[in-house]
Design a protein around this ligand. Structure first.
Ligand code: UD1
Ligand code: CA
Length: 458
């Protein structure tokens, strides 16, 4: 049967105290609304309609690539939010899942279970419920004497007896689309909040003799909504735990998983060890047998097998197998390190390729450069790639030895096997096999220092 989803993301989220709409706030580098859309996609639902409203210009770019977007002009309640999608689903017959855009912990497994339960029972709706010790604030599930779901009553409309019920509405549902839109036409706003409640659809469907069912989650944390910065931190903690547990189950070692933050789309190979204070963000891909951290932050970076990255920050870099970086290496976008390359302490690289077995061990800046194989760049050597207007290339051949404290003023080429004397300022190309030297000759004035000392009596 066909299935589709609606993600409600029109709310302001005033308790966030933010200029940014709530669903745009990020957990582990991914906006709240994206977690929900991705869970729906992962559950096999390809068609997702996101309802936007408050500061929609900040929400639309987050979802427009793979969602249809419908604007809710006024926030008149959850039923109204779904109702604005009526035209989008005019020809749709099947399962329609409704999800809250501020609940990033929802799993694809639960979404699939909701759809399956509805279809197996030809129910008008299956609502996901949760039993809470402190149900305050949530809608309560009111069941009849036979234990069947009768209706949902909101906190503000509940009698003391109803408020004592601890089974709550999670805000996740799977509807029969036709039954949903028929019932929405009958929802009014005669309630304590003057809002059109989506929850009223359940009682309407039941009165029409359709099956209204509940699926109770075993893990209420899955339904945690983010309304405040505290809840944002709580959701981050929960998702951090979930992601790290999955990596550990797949053969990744973490000394202290509380001190490791990994984005949902990161891949890590078996027997890789992640040390504390490490952030693996974006679409980073780490190979097998690596040691990453401590104090390392990788964003959209590809790392081969058996690499060691100690106190390294890398953004959009690519490393082949056996590369060593740090402590304190900074790899900026378009850095490419070939097999067994070494980038050492206080070294910054940008838009540069370092060849196989080559080393940039200490205190260097290498930008817009191509370095061949088996090259050694001496300590504190720098490519002067910028003339104040344009960036220029430095090309270094194979088996080159660059002495310490060399300035390579680009554009410049150093041929294979060349040696550069320490302290040189290299402004012209150096031929293959040559010595390049660009520094003042040393002179010596005998006894000069001793004379000066005697003049000053020390
Ligand atoms: C809703 C449920 C409640 C449930 C709770 C779970 C209703 C009437 N109540 O209450 O039973 O226990 O969720 O978290 O549905 N939204 C819009 N447009 C609107 C109103 C809301 O897009 O006009 C969006 C919000 O941005 C949010 C979601 O719908 O993502 C839920 O709305 P919210 O006002 O937070 O509902 P609750 O009062 O929490
Ligand atoms: Ca609310």
């Amino acid at each position: 049967m066909k299935s589709a989803a609606i993600v409600l993301a029109a709310g302001a989220g005033t308790r966030m105290k933010s200029t940014k709409p709530k669903v745009a706030h990020e957990v582990l580098g991914k906006p709240l609304v994206r977690w929900v859309v991705d869970a729906a996609n992962k559950a096999g639902i390809k068609r997702v309609v996101t309802v936007v409203g408050h500061e929609s210009d900040q929400v639309i770019p987050l979802v427009e690539d793979d969602c249809e977007v419908v604007e809710q002009p006024q926030r008149r309640g959850t039923a109204d939010a779904v109702n604005v999608c009526r035209d989008a689903f005019a020809d749709f017959d099947g399962s329609l899942v409704v999800l809250s855009g501020d609940c990033p912990l929802i799993t694809s497994k639960t979404i699939r279970a909701l759809v399956q339960m509805r279809e197996e029972n030809d129910a008008a709706v299956v609502v996901l419920t949760m039993k809470l010790d402190n149900p305050f604030g949530y809608g309560r599930i009111i069941r009849d004497v036979n234990g069947q779901v009768e209706r949902i009553v909101e906190q503000k409309d509940a009698t003391p007896e109803e408020a004592a019920v601890n089974e709550c509405n999670s805000g996740f549902y799977c509807f029969d689309a036709k039954a949903l839109f028929d019932a929405l036409g009958k929802v009014d706003n005669h309630n304590a909040q003057g809002e059109f409640y989506l929850t009223d659809v359940l009682a309407i469907c039941r009165e029409e003799g359709r099956a209204v069912l509940a699926l109770t989650t075993e893990d209420p944390a899955e339904c945690l909504g983010v309304n405040s910065r505290m809840q944002l931190a709580e959701a981050t903690k929960q998702l951090q735990k979930r992601i790290n547990a999955a990596h550990m189950a797949a053969g990744v070692t973490m000394t202290d998983p509380d001190l490791v933050w990994i984005s949902p789309d990161v891949n890590i190979g078996q027997d890789t060890e992640i040390l504390p204070m490490t952030f693996l963000m974006g679409g980073s891909f780490i190979g097998e047998g690596c040691v990453i951290g401590p104090n390392t932050r990788l964003t959209d970076t590809i790392v081969g097998n058996n690499c060691v990255l100690d106190e390294t920050v890398a953004i959009e870099a690519e490393l082949e197998d056996g590369v060593h970086c740090g402590p304190r290496a900074y790899l900026r976008p378009d850095t490419y390190l070939c097999e067994n390359a070494k980038v050492g302490t206080h070294v910054e690289l940008k838009k540069s390729r370092v060849g196989k077995n080559s080393k940039v061990p200490h205190l260097s800046y290498i930008g817009d450069a191509t370095i061949g194989e088996d090259v050694n760049i001496g300590a504190a050597s720098i490519t002067c790639n910028y003339d104040g207007y344009h960036k220029h290339q430095t090309i270094i051949g194979d088996d080159v030895f660059v002495g310490s404290d060399t300035m390579m003023v680009a554009p410049v080429k150093i041929g294979n096997r060349a040696i550069i004397g320490a302290g040189s300022v290299i402004t012209e190309d150096v031929s293959a096999g040559a010595l390049g030297l660009g520094r003042a000759r040393q002179t010596e004035i005998p006894d000069w220092a001793d004379k000066r000392r005697s003049e000053h009596n020390r």
